[in-house]
Write a protein that binds this ligand. Structure first.
Ligand code: HEC
Length: 159
């Protein structure tokens, strides 16, 4: 029996399977339309190691990092978000972001929260991709998670 085709098939699998794994990135969608988000619009400078990891795992690597959350994350929140969401994320013309009520339930996961920041939602919640780069969005998100006052059981991003 000619074993050559088998050997070729095995080799192809050995090469293709690990390659597929590295391609398996999270798909990010617009929170309202469901369209896949186009990162070619992203503000320059956000393609950090943390953002690359986030695209693979769907988990914000800055969560629990106090230095990032209370440093840059908080100051970016104050300049980009607090005017509408309140200084303590308690809500103003936009909803509170530190409690466990979410208009968009996917925001209990980091992917869902990021999707709203990058792609926007309804009304005055415009897309932030021209305002913050993707790494800065992760920093703001880490601050938001750090001031969460809702039910710990609903903190899906920790699961
Ligand atoms: C000009 C005002 C404005 C700014 C600036 C703004 N938002 Fe919003 N945001 C809103 C409004 C209004 C809504 C409600 C939109 C909706 O329900 O579709 C909203 C909704 C949200 C939601 C969804 C909340 C939920 O309950 O599901 C998140 C998350 C959010 N904003 C985060 C942010 C962050 C983080 C920033 C800063 C980077 C920001 N927003 C900047 C007005 C704003």
């Amino acid at each position: 029996m000619n074993k050559k085709p088998l050997v070729i098939a095995a080799l192809t699998l050995a090469i293709a399977v690990p390659a597929l794994e590295t391609w398996a990135e999270v798909t990010f969608r617009n929170a309202v339309t469901g369209e896949v988000l186009d990162f070619s619009f992203a503000k320059a400078g956000g393609d950090s190691e943390a953002f690359k990891k986030f695209k693979e795992t769907g988990k914000n690597p800055y969560n629990g990092n106090k230095e990032i959350a209370e440093g840059k994350g908080h100051s970016l929140y104050l300049s980009a978000c607090s005017g509408c969401h309140g200084h303590e994320a308690e809500g103003k013309i936009g909803p509170g972001l530190a409690d466990d009520y979410w208009t968009y339930p996917r925001a209990t996961m980091d992917v869902g929260l990021f999707e709203i920041l990058f792609g926007g939602a309804q009304g005055s919640m415009g897309p932030q991709y021209g305002n913050l780069n993707t790494d800065e969005m992760l920093q703001v998100m880490a601050w938001l998670r750090s001031v969460y006052k809702g039910d710990p059981a609903k903190a899906d991003w920790l699961k």
